[in-house]
Ligand binder design. Structure first.
Ligand SMILES: [Zn+2]
Ligand SMILES: [Zn+2]
Length: 318
């Protein structure tokens, strides 16, 4: 089958012919139709997140068809032990032995993928393959981050890419007021945010027009942490939603004081997936997608690194 391989961190993804994977007991084999491109794939490519094995097939927002004709999605959480303290307390996202799709298990930048059948989800009708793919990480992680941010009305979104453009729609649907914080001059992202219901879009280095009750940071830039804390009202929550971030610069305690909360969100649980895949079509969430071929996987990552993707990037296999 055709696949895009990561041979080593720092090297461009390489289109290659490799053997088709074989489903073992309890696994399903999926013919991949589309696979979303996540910033985590870029972190793996650039060596900021270590690959589980090399060469690796990245990709953890997989939309495909099982051999019995069911359309399914395969997300980042690929396997858990089910026995550790985290698994037994409803926190399988923190499982000590978790295995992740496109990092420890070969992912969806390929014509076929194999997954544990317990970590595969039927997808809502009414979404084409291309449009549903970004829900599988941008949507699921964004949903988990929004829940952990609490019920505050004034919500700041730092970095307006795949996850933010999805979760903006959820937040507006819930009656929240959304403020989009982007890099100076990123007019495309600001226009997208305003078109999706954000009431303000502006520079992430500056506070917004009003204090925030909560902020979600999707961009991997540590300097946004003190910036978001300064933009947040007393008692507000700042959630770091990415798997990797540059170092956070030091900041005066005053920025955290008055019961502001700073936390991260890691991975997802299967309940997050079931909840969000049921919620998205009710809103309905619409994704803005740029399509790439498998041979263009490296191009997609380069454009993501340069901030030149509006909404989500998705690789299609047909
Ligand atoms: Zn566990
Ligand atoms: Zn992801």
């Amino acid at each position: 089958m055709r696949a895009a391989l990561l041979d080593a961190p720092g090297r461009p993804l390489r289109p290659a012919e490799v053997a088709e994977p074989v489903a073992g007991p309890g696994q399903v084999k999926v013919r991949v139709h589309a696979c979303g491109v996540c910033r985590t794939d870029l972190h793996l490519r650039d060596g900021e997140v270590p690959a589980g094995h090399l060469p690796l097939i990245p990709g953890h927002q997989i939309v495909g068809m099982t051999e019995d004709g069911t359309r399914v999605g395969i997300p980042w959480l690929g396997w858990t032990d089910g026995t550790c303290g985290y698994c037994r307390s409803g926190r399988e996202n923190l499982c000590e032995h978790a295995r992740f799709t496109g990092r420890d298990i070969d992912g969806g930048y390929a014509e076929y993928a194999v997954a544990d059948e317990r970590f595969v989800f039927p997808l809502p009708d009414g979404y084409p393959d291309l449009q549903v793919a970004p829900l599988l990480c941008g949507g699921l992680i964004g949903h988990r981050a929004l829940r952990l941010a609490g019920d505050g009305v004034r919500l700041g979104l730092y970095g307006f890419g795949s996850a933010a453009h999805i979760i903006c729609q959820v937040a507006v649907h819930e009656g929240r007021r959304v403020f989009a914080f982007t890099r100076a001059g990123d007019e495309g992202a600001r226009a997208l945010a305003l078109s999706l219901g954000a009431e303000w879009a502006g520079d992430s280095a500056e506070p917004g027009p009003e204090p925030l009750d909560a902020a979600l940071i999707f961009a991997p830039a540590g300097e946004l942490v003190p910036a978001a804390l300064r933009a947040t009202a007393p008692g507000g929550v700042v959630v770091c939603a990415g798997i990797h971030m540059s170092d956070i610069p030091s900041f005066p305690y005053e920025a955290l004081w008055q019961e502001r909360v700073l936390r991260s969100v890691a991975n997802l649980t299967r309940d997050d997936a079931r909840e969000f895949l049921a919620l998205a079509p009710r809103i309905p969430v619409r994704t803005t997608v740029t399509q790439f071929t498998l041979e263009e996987a490296e191009t997609a990552l380069s454009r993501l690194r340069a901030g030149r993707i509006e909404g989500s990037a998705v690789i299609t296999l047909q």
